[in-house]
Design a protein around this ligand. Structure first.
Ligand code: GLA
Length: 330
């Protein structure tokens, strides 16, 4: 008994003085999770699932909202001062890419991106940074198909139907989602000329509302409207603007992307609204999996996959519970 204790004491001392791995294991793992729009339910959900990973693996999660480039840089410095080893980020502006990469490197922090992929000076994705995003084009196509099918069901005259395309061109994933929707909608026979571009200044409901309002005002010829954009907030902004102009559930079909609280609250209303559906994507994969990836990178030196694209499933007022369950979200 005494001998065994002596041997293990020697082993512990050896590990302390020479074994870097033992020292590392004793160090607290701290991971930052930086998001561009902390008030948006999607990002709240990502944080929730990141916290689940932290609890499971026993690391400290530092949640930071950074709505501007300055805030991102301050956040990275703060993480470094707190002795974090890495972070996951959805940046407020993908063009900050090279600056963020340089900052993380200078502060000796591992980084991976989620949702919005960083681009370099010429607009190309920075492929060296591991990224998890949604299969934007494919999911956009699902949106366009859902809208086209609903138009058909309602028997709307296409000549009298306009489409509000809430766009945010500076974000590649937004461009791809919306382009996907346009492609399936027009492939189903929707006239391209009736698709009204409504650029938004920021990816929230208020900015989508303003963009949609202008589109509707300028096009009084349409009796029915459909709408789509990069997320549920975009679709909701269009729905609220249309309501203000008298286009209610009977004359508006908007389909969003996300499927979190913004969409669910809409489906829970006693009467249907113009918010017809949403393609559910997984905040669990984007929050939990990225955090686990970062944890394993820090503790096992296992670098995450360079690119992971997640899929989506259409949910409607009558099916959202079931679809969320199937994605493991209920
Ligand atoms: C972007 C959008 C978010 C959400 C994520 C999903 O960041 O701004 O609303 O759709 O993509 O990846």
């Amino acid at each position: 008994m005494q001998r065994r204790m002596f041997v293990s004491l020697i082993a512990a001392a050896a590990a302390l003085s020479f074994g870097a791995s033992a020292v590392q294991a004793a160090e607290e793992v701290k991971i930052g999770f930086i998001v561009k729009q902390p008030e948006e339910p999607w990002f709240q959900d990502e944080w929730k699932f990141a916290a689940q990973a932290a609890k499971e693996k026993g690391f400290t999660l530092v949640k930071i909202g950074a709505q501007s480039g300055d805030k991102v840089i301050t956040a990275i410095d703060n993480l470094s001062a707190q002795k974090a080893q890495g972070f996951v980020i959805c940046t407020p502006d993908v063009k900050l890419g090279p600056g963020i990469v340089a900052k993380a490197k200078a502060d000796n922090l591992k980084m991976m991106t989620v949702d919005d992929r960083l681009v370099d000076g010429s607009g190309k994705p920075i492929e060296s940074v591991p990224h998890m995003g949604i299969s934007a084009t494919k999911i956009g196509e699902q949106v366009g198909t859902a809208i086209a099918e609903e138009i058909k069901k309602r028997g709307w005259d296409l000549k009298e139907t306009g489409a509000i395309k809430i766009s945010f061109e500076q974000l590649p994933t937004a461009h791809d989602r919306v382009a996907g929707a346009v492609s399936t909608l027009t492939a189903a026979g929707f006239p391209a000329a009736n698709i009204i571009d409504a650029p938004q200044a920021k990816t929230d409901t208020e900015n989508a509302f303003n963009a949609a309002n202008i589109a509707i005002t300028k096009n009084p010829q349409f009796k029915h409207w459909v709408a789509f954009g990069l997320n549920d907030e975009a679709a909701l902004g269009a729905v609220r603007a249309a309501e203000g102009r008298g286009f209610k559930a009977d004359n508006m079909v908007a389909v969003g992307i996300g499927g979190s609280e913004s969409a669910i609250n809409e489906f829970k209303k006693p009467n249907p609204t113009g918010f017809f559906g949403s393609v559910l994507i997984s905040p669990k994969r984007h929050g939990y999996e990225t955090s686990i990836d970062m944890y394993e990178w820090i503790t096992q030196n296992k670098e995450p996959a360079k690119l992971t694209l997640t899929s989506g499933a259409l949910m409607e007022r009558g099916t959202y519970n079931e679809v969320r369950k199937q994605m493991g979200l209920e």
